[in-house]
Structure formats: structure tokens, C-alpha cells
Design a protein around this ligand. Structure first.
Ligand SMILES: Nc1ncnc2c1ncn2[C@@H]1O[C@H](COP(=O)(O)OP(=O)(O)O)[C@@H](O)[C@H]1O
Ligand SMILES: [Mg+2]
Length: 386
């Protein structure tokens, strides 16, 4: 499923993600990236002047800061909709920052501002050493927005696709070829590198696709809900991409509605709701806040959820009891783990409520939301149509 390589496009929530291929000046303007260059200076581009250069007195600003992304008090309104109400966060170089939040939280607005597609009303941000207001071109040269399938040419070989991509990104002919060969080796594609892509298996295609994203090493990659609405297999492809990027030391900002995804992929997570950062920390820290594990109760008859809640009594937090409308299952904090589960079973049994399922699980995004905000995030699960 090829997508267009639209210039400077932020990956939409449901659109096939695209790569920004025009975001670098042609080869003449900048030094060519070195093969296998994973050095601190990234692509080896010339240092850009930046008002936010940090102070060790040498090297480009990007290398002087431990943060690849630093956001300070950004606000953005659309008319009277306050999409961002003073958001601050930072992502350390080479880490994955998960930006977790329900629909309308302000995730896409934040990503668009950081990739210079939107201007903030107030506040500052520095991306890869470049101030988004003062040096948007510098920001664009340093970032990639991608998620999934590139526009691979079916009739070209993997190697030719990679080479073509390198040329599009401004590499010279021999540099593009060398980079293609290095990536084929890195992604275990040497043997098949000269066969046309149309003969590739899904897995091989995915590896070529990921490799295309790394032809020219960006410093920061933005993934805006790259897995919303995807089937599990495609979701895995995106997860592989994130891992590959991270292995290369590239900083990734990943927005998602799914705690599980943020959990698996992120070093740090910020939770945003209604344009405000309401929590931050590692996945474990966030789960701590929501009280460890949860007990999920699924009555055989979905209309019995209310009765089940009544039977469970004080095991059901008040905020949850108030937000049960239409729910088919009940998820209650289980601070005592199996003992809470056993107690829940006893109470449900005493009230004669037949169950389709009951079990302990880790907190979901909804649990985190309910716990932090007192209101549910949303009810959908990964894989649901968005
Ligand atoms: N161009 C726009 N015009 C008006 N309102 C907008 C625009 N873009 C976003 N919004 C509003 O700003 C809020 C945040 O949106 P968004 O950043 O897309 O959230 P998320 O990506 O977390 O779902 C929402 O209320 C949304 O309706
Ligand atoms: Mg969005």
C-alpha cells in the first residue's frame, strides 16, 4: 500500500503515513551524510546558528544539549478552542517519548507545531537544536515524519529503491549506493537485494521500508498516532520501525491513545488531556499512580454491569461508578491483586451475577485516565476502527 511522498506532511491519524522527502536541501548545500554515520552530529550537516545554542562553546547547538526536543509553555488556540494551554516537556536525545492522550487532547497540534507546520501562539520549542520560530528550516532538515510504508517501486529491487531514496534525499550517486548496501546488510537483505520488490514477502518489504526511513539519518522522528486503526500485523510493523529508529540513536516522539503501545515503546511518557500535561514518567511510574493491577469483570449479561457494580460495593471507585453508562465490562483497581479478585468473585457470586469473564490485568489507558483525571479517556481498544 504505497503512499505519496508528500512534502512535509505530518502523518495523519488514519492516513497512510508519509515520509517527508523534500525536507533537506539538495546535496550541494550540505555535507553528505557519511555511511553508517551514527555520530552525535547526526547527518553531518553543517551546524546551524541557533539562538538556543547551549553553552559549551563548541559544536552545533544540537550536540550541546542533552535534549533533542525541548518544549516550553506552548499555547495554541483555534478560535475559542484552546488546543494547547501551556504545554512543556522534553525528550532526551536517543529516547522514545510517548505522548499519550485521548482524541482532542492536543497531540496533533503539538506535533504540527514541533514540525513547524503550525505556529504556536506563545511559548518556545527547540528541536534538534533549532528554534521552531527562528529557524524552522533547520528544524525541517533535522526531522522525519514517517510511520509505515514508503512509496516503494515494485519493479525496482530493494537496493534500487534504497538508492533512489538516497538520491531523493540529496545524496550523491556513490554515497547513495554505499548507503543502500550498508542498509541491505544491516537489514539482512543482501541475498534478495537485487530482486524486484514485488517478489518480496511482507516482512522483507517492511524491512526495506524501514531502511528507506534511515537512508539519511534524521535527528528526530515524529510519529502521530501511527497505529490508530491498524490491524495487529501492521501495528507490529510500526513498532519494529520505532525499535529500529531507537537502535540508531534517533529520538522519536510518538503520539498514541494506547497505553500498551506507549508502554512497550517509550522510555518516557507524557499524558496530555485537554491541552495540558497531566502526568509524566515511565510506564511503570504511571501504572503505579493508577494503583498497580486491575480486576476486570465481564457479566454474561451486559445489562447487568450496574448490578455488578452495586454488588462489588466499595471495590468500585466513585468516579467509575458514575461513568458506567453503556459499559459492558467493569474494571476496578485491584491493589491486593488475587485477594481483590477473590473478594470480587465472592461478592458477585453472593449477588448471583453470572460472569462471562473475570481476571487481573495491568492498567489500561482508561484506567490511567480515570485515575489521573477522574474521567474516562475513551472506551475503544487498539484495533478498533478509529
Ligand atoms: N485547525 C483547527 N481548527 C479548529 N480546531 C482545531 C483545529 N485543529 C485542532 N483543533 C481542535 O483542537 C483540539 C486538539 O486537537 P488535536 O491536536 O487534533 O488533538 P489530538 O491529536 O490529541 O486528537 C481539538 O479540540 C480539535 O478539535
Ligand atoms: Mg491527532
Amino acid at each position: 500500500m504505497p503512499s505519496s511522498n508528500e512534502a512535509g506532511t505530518v502523518t495523519g491519524e488514519n492516513a497512510p503515513p508519509t515520509r517527508s522527502v523534500d525536507s533537506r536541501p539538495p546535496g550541494g548545500d550540505t555535507p553528505e551524510p557519511r555511511i553508517g554515520d551514527v555520530s552525535e552530529s547526526g547527518t553531518g550537516r553543517a551546524p546551524a546558528a541557533s539562538a538556543y545554542a547551549h553553552t559549551n562553546g563548541s559544536g552545533p547547538a544540537a550536540t550541546a544539549s542533552t535534549h533533542a526536543v525541548r518544549v516550553e509553555n506552548i499555547t495554541k488556540s483555534f478560535g475559542d478552542v484552546h488546543a494547547l494551554r501551556g504545554v512543556s516537556f522534553a525528550a532526551a536525545r536517543g529516547t522514545v517519548l510517548g505522548i499519550l492522550g485521548p482524541n482532542g487532547a492536543g497531540k496533533t497540534t503539538a506535533v504540527k507545531i514541533l514540525s513547524t507546520l503550525l505556529r504556536p501562539d506563545s511559548g518556545t520549542a527547540v528541536v534538534a537544536g533549532h528554534d521552531i520560530r527562528k529557524d524552522p528550516a533547520g528544524v525541517r532538515r533535522s526531522i522525519m515524519m514517517t510511520g509505515q510504508y514508503a512509496a516503494l517501486d515494485e519493479n525496482l529491487s530493494g537496493r534500487e529503491n534504497l538508492e533512489l531514496f538516497g538520491r531523493l534525499m540529496g545524496l550523491g550517486k556513490s554515497a547513495a549506493r554505499k548507503r543502500a548496501d550498508a542498509l541491505l546488510a544491516e537489514f539482512d537483505l543482501v541475498a534478495s537485494g537485487r530482486r524486484p520488490v514485488r517478489q518480496y514477502s511482507g516482512g522483507m518489504r517492511r524491512r526495506v521500508d524501514i531502511a528507506c526511513g534511515l537512508v539519511v539519518r534524521p535527528e528526530v522522528v515524529f510519529l502521530d498516532e501511527p497505529t490508530t486503526g491498524l490491524d495487529p500485523r501492521s501495528r507490529q510493523g510500526v513498532w519494529d520501525l520505532v525499535s529500529a529508529l531507537k537502535e540508531q540513536g534517533i529520538t522519536v516522539l510518538l503520539t498514541t491513545q494506547y497505553l500498551e503501545e506507549a508502554d512497550v515503546l517509550s522510555d518516557n511518557i507524557i499524558v496530555i488531556d485537554k491541552g495540558t500535561v497531566i502526568a509524566e514518567g515511565t510506564a511503570d511510574e504511571l501504572k503505579e499512580k493508577t494503583g498497580g493491577s486491575y480486576c476486570e469483570v465481564v457479566p454474561l449479561d451486559p445489562t447487568q454491569v450496574g448490578r455488578a457494580a452495586t454488588a462489588l460495593g466499595d471495590l468500585v471507585p466513585p468516579a467509575l461508578a458514575l461513568s458506567l453508562g453503556g459499559a459492558e465490562r467493569l474494571s476496578i483497581p485491584a491493589p491486593e491483586g488475587a485477594a481483590t479478585l477473590a473478594e470480587a468473585l465472592r461478592r458477585l457470586d453472593a449477588a448471583d451475577i453470572a460472569l462471562a469473564d473475570i481476571g487481573l490485568r495491568r492498567p489500561s489507558l482508561d484506567d490511567v485516565f480515570l485515575s489521573i483525571t477522574g474521567h474516562p479517556g475513551r472506551a475503544e481498544q487498539p484495533g478498533d476502527p478509529a
